[in-house]
Design a protein around this ligand. Sequence first.
Ligand code: SAM
Length: 415
Amino acid sequence: MAPNRIVELSETIQNHTKIVDDYLEANNLPTPSFDISTPLRLPLPPDIQVSQAAVLDAADELTALMLGPAGSLFNSLTSLQAIERFALAKSFRPGSTASFAQIAHHSSLPEPDTRRILRHAIAQYIFTEPSPGIVAHTAASKALAELPPLAHCVAFLAGEMWPASTRLVDAMQRWPGSEEPGQTGWALAEGTETPMFEVVGREGERARRMAGAMRWMHQGSGYGAGHVVEGFAWGEAAEGGMLVDVGGGTGGVAVEIARMLPRVRCVVQDLPDVVAGAEVPEDLGEGRVRFMQHDFFEEQPVRGADVYLLRWVLHDWSDKYAVRILRNLVPALKRGARVLAVDLCLPPPGALSPYRERSVRTFDLAMKAIQNAKERDAEDWKMLFQTADERFKMGEISKPEGSNLSLICAVWEGD
Ligand SMILES: C[S@@+](CC[C@H](N)C(=O)[O-])C[C@H]1O[C@@H](n2cnc3c(N)ncnc32)[C@H](O)[C@@H]1O
């Protein structure tokens, strides 16, 4: 039986890497490394360059296959932006084929542009060209056609995050060290100083795209509410305690917590528009989860709760504003109350492979580009709580198995 493609690719990598390695060794040339003494290009003759190219081709395809269609989708932002803007993925059914002319006709894009965009996408495994001029779907383009939250996520990254990133350094130059959410790369790209969440949030289609993107990003098992329930030492709070989910959206996390901890009562707070669209599922019965309009830049109205949850909230804000959010909790806190931030905790430098570290660092810069916000490491989290109020006592920061987010808990030691 022929080996599967991934095995075939790994063998290609192994065989051709050996050819390159043998050549370097036989010619007393240094093995590739990141050392400053390394030659800028591998000094290989044309016949050995064939092996070098074979390794690069196979490694690229193997990476894409290992990531899966959704994981490898986000590389080619130019063509992705066009695919979304001109609805190219929906222009013909998955399983069928279409000519460039047919797709152009459907999308109202000139045929030469359609062909150029699609061939750029095809080079990233989005669509395929089984015979010259005829296009078919791949798993990635089919997913764009059929999964609206994924399509929204791509559109949000290509339409909001990417332009913001291209202006990030301009914003850094114009407003050095700014912590204001309106002085960002996104603001420069948009030509406004109104923060991104405000502008996008009130524009129908863009707001839907952003909401869909959030839904898609939350879907992975690494973001499940189960990690909060299972990873947090609820103690007595599980026995009839009160949880306030500050900036809790439409209650997805609180509902899961209420389901898994049947004696906990939850108040979910968010902005009026968000809370207006929220519903408590029938199986939870009355009163266990209720929604409340509350702006977290105002003083916390629910006093004496056992746990105040801030899940994926503080990373949306620079320290200046995150400190305000925490300080607004203080008047409501009883001694021993816990403030639980569930957010990314950046690992110490070098703890992850560069490949993995790149994605968290990219996320960190993206937060800066859109909102002057940030991802924080353990020291940053400690500083944040201490700056908000010295009566916060930091507990351990833990990362439940399989979770992308960490549990960052501080206990209130004031009266
Ligand atoms: C990234 S979402 C996290 C939602 C939820 N905690 C979760 O984990 O799914 C950030 C939330 O903060 C809310 N938010 C933004 N500004 C707010 C404010 N001033 N007061 C209350 N909520 C706010 C947003 O509406 C949104 O629901």
